[in-house]
Every structure is written in structure tokens, then in C-alpha cells.
Design a protein around this ligand. Structure first.
Ligand SMILES: Nc1ncnc2c1ncn2[C@@H]1O[C@H](COP(=O)(O)OP(=O)(O)OP(=O)(O)O)[C@@H](O)[C@H]1O
Length: 308
């Protein structure tokens, strides 16, 4: 469906992308996971023809995006990170505005906006001005705007940033439904839980490079780490956590009052960890051993935490 080869892009002296290659199959939900500034927005801006790369090639169904831009654009939908709506217009007026830009008119536009407002659970608010909407509701209208012209592939750039958990769940349900209908999607996020829950395949991007790619199972199999020991403390001292991290050769991911040790030898590391906590007089609030997450895979591959 979509193939990108060796994309590179610099903004003056900032190298945003280096040799990014991707291949997305029809109906696939592909997650581009990486920390802030990794190059996610730049990648999807290039793939959706909003930005020209310095080098590389993008093909849609074997056709060059640059030689067939207007044809390719018809099958592309983009949900941008920034909300692209007029605050003083109602939801339906906003959608009609966007629909007209896509060349949809009359009854077709009316039925498409009604269908999408229903699908996104906002039919009863369709005549309210966007400025009265919550952040999550605005994001849902943003998604509706990208779907008006029945695209074959949709790019979603961090669609859940800054919204409450309930709205986030509603958006997940919408994405899952679109996925089950066979829509091809590329979803960028810096939340590993989202990539784990939603995506068929995940590309991990860092400093403008795709450092690994595969299904969650494939990424787990390829990792030398097998499990995570998660410990929550009631009275953590930063110095104790740092010395513990040194003891485990930097394999700890530390956040507030909890830490995660990624390990392939839980049998020996777990008693050792408990002993160290006892010696440092650290009180455990919670201890959990769970299977490997993307956070640990990211730490293993880059030496840094995804949440930094
Ligand atoms: N218009 C621009 N001018 C200069 N530098 C830019 C511009 N856009 C992006 N960058 C830089 O390029 C790099 C990649 O940015 P990009 O926005 O693609 O990353 P991202 O993974 O989407 O991050 P975020 O989640 O913060 O949006 C960063 O170092 C960023 O500061």
C-alpha cells in the first residue's frame, strides 16, 4: 500500500530524519513510537505530502507520490496533532467546511457528516460551537474531518495527547472500529501502552532513525530481556535508586517513586533486588513481575527511557 525508501530531512542544521524506510500493508495499523523530537511528525508530514524530503522516495500502490500527488492525496486522510477547527463554528459547520475543500457537496456531504458525527458519538452536539467542546470532543471532530472523503489510508499524529482517559478510550474504540473495517492507518505516539494496545506492527523511531520494527511479539522475541520487575517504594531516596541502577548496569528505568528492572534472569535478580532494598531501608509499596514491555525494549536499544 505504502512504501517509503531512505527518507531524509534536515531543518537547517537539525537532522530530523536519516534514511527512514517503511512498508505498510493494506489494512495494517502501523505504530510509529518514539520520544518527543524523534521525527514522527516529520515522517508523516512527508508521507502525506505536506512536506518535501531532502532525499528518498514515497510510493502509494506502486505510484510515486511526487509524480502523482493529487491522485495520491485523494486516498490520504490526516489527523494533525494541532486541532484544525474553527472555534466559532458548530461541529457540523466545521465538517461541511472541510468537506467542501475535499469537493464533497449537497446531499452526499450532508449524509457523510451525519454518518461521521454518529460514528464519533457527537450527533447530539452537532449544532454546538466547537469552543464549547472538551479537548477530547475536538479531537474526535478532527478525526471526522480526516474521514470525510473516505480515504484509504489515514495518518494520526498523537491523537490522544492532552485529553482525559475517558476521551482517550473513546478514540481507541473509534480507531479499533476503523481498523476492523480494513482502513490502513499510521499512528504516531510516545505512549508505549497505546502502541501495544492498538498496533499490528510498531516501528520504534529515535533521533530520526527507525531503530527496530515488527509486531509486539517479534520485538519481544528479538529482545535479550525477557521480564520486568516493577517496584514501587513508599520512601525512595534518589541516591539509593541511582546506586541500585549502577549495581544493575544501568538496566533500571526510574520514574518518581518507582523503578523497573528489565532482566532475563528474574530468578537471581529478584532476590538480589529485595536484598538491596532491605539494606538501603527502602520500603516496598508494590512489587510486580510482568512480561516485557516496549519501554524496556526501547531502553535496551537506545540506553534511555522513552519517557525522558
Ligand atoms: N519546522 C522546524 N524547524 C526546525 N526544526 C524542526 C522543525 N520541525 C521539527 N524540527 C526538529 O526536527 C526534529 C524532529 O521533530 P518532529 O516534530 O518530527 O518529532 P516528533 O517525534 O514528532 O516530536 P513531537 O512528538 O515533539 O512532535 C526535532 O529535533 C525538532 O526539533
Amino acid at each position: 500500500m505504502l512504501v517509503a525508501k531512505n527518507l531524509s530531512k534536515s531543518y537547517n542544521d537539525v537532522k530530523a530524519l536519516s534514511n527512514v524506510s517503511l512498508s505498510i500493508k493494506e489494512g495494517e495499523l502501523y505504530g510509529l513510537l518514539g520520544p518527543n523530537g524523534a521525527g514522527k511528525t516529520t515522517t508523516i508530514s512527508i508521507l502525506s505530502s505536506l512536506l518535501k524530503p531532502d532525499g528518498g522516495e514515497v510510493l502509494y500502490q506502486d505510484k510515486s507520490l511526487y509524480k502523482n500527488t493529487s491522485e495520491c492525496k485523494k486516498i490520504i486522510g490526516v489527523v494533525p496533532q494541532e486541532i484544525a477547527l474553527y472555534e466559532d463554528l458548530t461541529a457540523i459547520e466545521n465538517l461541511k467546511f472541510w468537506g467542501t475543500l475535499y469537493g464533497i457537496k449537497g446531499k452526499q456531504l450532508q449524509s457523510k457528516t451525519d454518518e461521521l458525527l454518529e460514528f464519533l458519538g457527537l450527533a447530539d452536539r452537532k449544532n454546538h460551537k466547537i469552543k464549547t467542546y472538551s479537548g477530547g470532543m475536538k479531537r474526535r471532530i478532527n478525526i471526522a474531518a480526516a474521514l470525510l472523503h473516505d480515504p484509504k489510508i489515514v495518518f494520526m499524529d498523537e491523537p490522544t495527547v492532552g485529553i482525559d482517559p475517558q476521551s482517550r478510550n473513546l478514540i481507541f474504540e473509534v480507531i479499533e472500529e476503523l481498523h476492523s473495517r480494513g482502513l490502513t492507518m499510521i499512528y504516531t505516539t510516545h505512549y508505549m501502552e497505546e502502541a501495544e494496545r492498538l498496533c499490528d506492527r510498531i516501528g520504534i523511531i529515535d533521533e530520526g532513525r527507525i531503530i527496530t520494527e515488527g509486531s509486539l511479539d517479534e520485538l519481544k522475541k528479538a529482545s535479550s530481556v525477557k521480564e520486568e520487575i516493577q517496584v514501587k517504594f513508599t520512601n525512595p531516596q534518589k541516591t539509593d535508586l541511582v546506586s541500585m541502577n549502577n549495581h544493575f548496569n544501568g538496566q533500571l528505568s526510574i520514574q518518581d517513586n518507582q523503578m523497573i528492572l528489565s532482566t532475563s534472569k528474574t530468578n537471581t535478580d529478584l532476590p538480589e533486588l529485595i536484598q538491596l532494598c532491605t539494606n538501603a531501608n527502602l520500603q516496598l509499596e508494590k512489587l510486580d513481575v510482568r512480561s516485557l514491555s516496549l519501554e524496556s525494549i526501547f531502553l535496551e536499544l537506545t540506553g534511555k527511557s522513552l519517557r525522558d
